[in-house]
Design a protein around this ligand. Sequence first.
Ligand SMILES: Nc1ncnc2c1ncn2[C@@H]1O[C@H](COP(=O)(O)OP(=O)(O)OP(=O)(O)O)[C@@H](O)[C@H]1O
Ligand SMILES: [Mg+2]
Length: 362
Amino acid sequence: MKIELVNINKSFTKNLNVLNDISLSIEDKEFCVFLGPSGCGKTTLLRIIAGLESLDSGEIYFDGKLINDTLPKERQIGMVFQNYALYPHLNVFDNIAFPMKISKMKKRDIRINVLRIAKMLELTDYLNNKPKQLSGGQRQRVAVGRAIAKNPQVFLFDEPLSNLDAKLRSTMRSEIVKIHSQIAATSIYVTHDQIEAMTMADKIVLLNKGEIQQVATPMEIYHKPSNLFVATFIGSPQINLFEGILQSNQEHMVISNQNVDVFSFPKLDFLMNFINQKITIGIRPENISYLKNNSNPIIIDAVVNFIEYLGNETIINFSFQNKIYTMRTQDKVNFQENEEIKLFLNPEYFLYFNEVGNNIKV
Ligand SMILES: Nc1ncnc2c1ncn2[C@@H]1O[C@H](COP(=O)(O)OP(=O)(O)OP(=O)(O)O)[C@@H](O)[C@H]1O
Ligand SMILES: [Mg+2]
């Protein structure tokens, strides 16, 4: 099922738009993730697609057909919420069977379907258990199973893993992606967790304050963020930002902050229009190195602030011109706090943002 949203607007109180002119296409069988901070409108947009929330203006099309006035139960949608309320008095079999009973499916077909779904979700051994006899992950799978039982064309998930512990979340992430490809439905998955978005999505829709900031693949959104909001929202530790007024001489460009040079870098034609304007240069922590080589010609004098050893990598927090920045490395490093070090930057990885925060190159 292809889903198209055209100029969706929604407000709950006058003059306060919760969704502002949202236009978006989600392709058939795509796994699309709505990502954004708390309160940005993700759930509201999902509920509008499900038909559970009215909209002020705009159109929703399923496979080219306008469905604004189609009732939720006629939209062929399966939903899984954060609080996947299972029926506590029904066992796993009957919880999964419930939507099929409602739609008056024959008993024999219900049985065949429940067994098929239980097998897919590895719940076969638990069919007689009540929800309280299941682990969190098993309960979550029953909720997914109940949504599959409706044979949906569209699967909507609203933060379905946020009640689970870290290890289970990670297993469930891959299971949900697997189920998505097995049932061949179009899936929309809401989360504020960037790891979930990066690992699960074909396409990420990043929202802030009811507006789309960027629609892109995980790789694009990481490497080509359309603006500073996207650049800082994605990536942990956060991208480093160096602000200053752009200036140019014969060979170099330089950004300077209150007449102090931040650093200079090789001249770039596409930046010529931004001379004497404020720009922000972004560089991710993995693209700063304490080792000099030919590809990172820019040197800054830094002071080690504190070091976090994470086992597989080390995060070095350093200060430079009275601000704190971070770099990360997979090497075992032995720096001391307050040690003065030289760090090397590779301009190939720089991202450039104009004074209103838009990526100059995207
Ligand atoms: N029924 C409602 N009445 C009034 N305001 C509402 C209603 N539902 C949501 N809102 C407001 O709309 C905005 C968006 O809410 P929404 O639940 O869509 O955010 P969200 O992105 O899902 O956030 P979270 O990540 O915290 O779940 C919030 O400011 C919220 O307070
Ligand atoms: Mg929400």
